[in-house]
Write a protein that binds this ligand. Structure first.
Ligand code: BES
Ligand code: MN
Ligand code: MN
Length: 461
């Protein structure tokens, strides 16, 4: 039956493109209050699509953006069939800077064998691959090879603040899952699919320094009062040492060295730091001394300044000492680092660096741990076979530096491991202008998903 499903998928390639373009046209920007209505329509679009694929689909409201929950009707699944859950997120990052896009972010365009649009890869495009595979199974076979549930979220890009209660509410319906599948990561390189076995965790902090009660003339007052903007730069400059290590006391206490065989496996992957440098427009890569680029990205914790605000931002010169200065700082965590402990260590360390006359407020916006997932489970074996069928090559096992909060809730609340099976590529421009998904990846993703349902059904029957 899978063969017939695959033929039908290939025959409908134009349709998949048209359908995904509709979804990508909806500016589902979760962080932007001006797009609340678009969030609702993107959720409804998915709900209708899942219904057209024969699933029972409903909207689950949350305090902010809705989830979509869909299940295959019992009469369309083999009796006693195993249960597989697919998660995806339909929200996207803001598209700015708009002027850097070659075509408008919400007018999906096919150019050079790629779908170019915000969300093309992260994550509407990848999630759509599963929706299309469901539709194909239903059209061709009139039934599904196993029981399938789909959970779509609209708040992943803002840290999934309302997802935990939803998972808790759905726990009775989720906990019998034989496999949890997420396609929100990437292949290792063109022609080298990947299964991701680890994601980094996160502590995100917002730091505000305040000095004088209002902006001051820097000629009249300069030299006699601490400048919050200068203080902020000095403090941020002390958060790394000369070898690229983070200086927060205790930051590395719980960081394990990665075992030699794993490091050796990574060293064998066909990865070129030079090519990556070229891709991102730098002459040379840079990071913690003593580690390869893949190690720096996959198994070492980091601290990065994500945003800065202080003082005069307009054209030309304005001579002021700003009254306040702010920074957004994120730390990527690795396995066994405790986000609470790291967050707790940050505050006193920053306090100790404050000059006289400057006050600090620190707000922790998110905190969750890193995850490692199994690499040898039955679900992983099924995924490996499906990848070979759908994408034409065997996958490598990698880790990724990014984060997907729900993987933590699945583990903590359901005690279940997730299979991270991404269809995108490392140069998809996630969160950046001209986000894209290669058509090869898109069609290969649909085929992989169709094969995965078949492989999982065999594996768990
Ligand atoms: N899909 C990404 C995470 C990702 C990217 C995993 C590349 C593997 C490879 C996800 O949508 C994301 O951007 N996560 C955010 C966290 C969120 C709270 C903003 C991240 O990692 O910064
Ligand atoms: Mn994503
Ligand atoms: Mn993202």
């Amino acid at each position: 039956m899978l063969d017939t499903v695959m033929i039908w998928i290939d025959k409908n390639s134009r349709r998949w493109l048209q359908d995904v373009q509709q979804w990508l046209s909806i500016p589902s920007i979760s962080t932007d209050p001006n797009h609340v209505a678009d969030m609702a329509s993107a959720a409804q679009w998915a709900q209708h699509y899942l219904r057209s694929a024969g699933l029972h689909a409903q909207i689950i409201e949350t305090p902010r953006h809705p989830c979509v929950w869909a299940t295959t009707p019992p009469e369309m699944c083999p009796r006693g069939a195993s249960h597989v859950v697919i998660y995806g997120h339909y929200d996207v990052q803001p598209p700015d800077p708009l002027e850097a896009w070659v075509s408008p972010p919400f007018s999906p365009t096919i150019r050079g064998g790629q779908i170019v649009a915000r969300g093309a890869s992260d994550d509407k495009g990848q999630t759509f691959c599963h929706l299309a595979a469901l539709l194909a199974w239903r059209e061709v076979a009139q039934e599904f090879p196993l029981r399938i549930s789909v959970l779509l979220e609209g708040e992943e890009e803002i840290g999934s603040p309302n997802l935990r209660p939803v998972i808790e509410q759905l726990k009775p319906l989720l906990s019998d899952a034989a496999a949890l599948i997420i396609s929100d990561s990437s292949q290792f390189a063109p022609g080298i699919p990947a299964i991701t076995s680890g994601l980094r965790g996160m502590v995100y902090a917002q730091l505000t320094l305040t000095g004088p009660s209002h902006d001051l003339h820097s000629g009249i007052y300069g030299g006699a009062v601490a400048n919050p903007a200068t203080a902020l730069c000095q403090i941020l400059g002390k958060l790394h040492d000369a070898t690229g290590r983070v200086t927060i006391p205790g930051f590395y206490d719980d960081v394990d060295a990665v075992d030699a065989p794993t490091r050796a496996d990574w060293a064998k992957l066909p990865f070129s730091p030079e090519a990556m440098a070229r891709d991102i427009g730098v002459k040379q890569l840079n990071g913690e001394h003593g580690y390869t680029t893949l190690e720096r990205r996959w198994c070492r914790p980091t601290l990065d300044v994500n945003g800065l605000t202080a003082g005069f931002q307009g054209n030309g010169a304005k001579t002021i000492i700003p009254g306040s200065a702010g920074a957004k700082v994120s730390m990527r965590l690795v396995p066994r680092q405790d986000p609470e402990k790291i967050a707790a260590a940050l505050e006193p360390f920053l306090q100790s660096l404050l000059p006289d006359g400057i006050e600090m407020q620190l707000e922790i916006l998110s905190a969750w741990p890193a995850v490692l997932t199994a690499t040898d489970s039955p679900a992983i074996s099924a995924a490996m076979r499906a990848i070979r069928t759908g994408l034409g090559n065997d996958p490598v096992i990698v880790r990724e530096g990014g984060s997907i909060p729900v993987v933590n809730w699945f583990r903590q609340i359901l005690g279940l491991e997730t299979v991270l099976l991404g269809f995108g590529l490392p140069d998809d421009n996630l969160h950046a202008p001209n986000e894209k998904l290669d058509l090869d990846c898109f069609y290969g993703g649909i085929r992989t998903s169709a094969a995965l349902l078949d492989e999982l059904a065999r594996q768990f029957s």
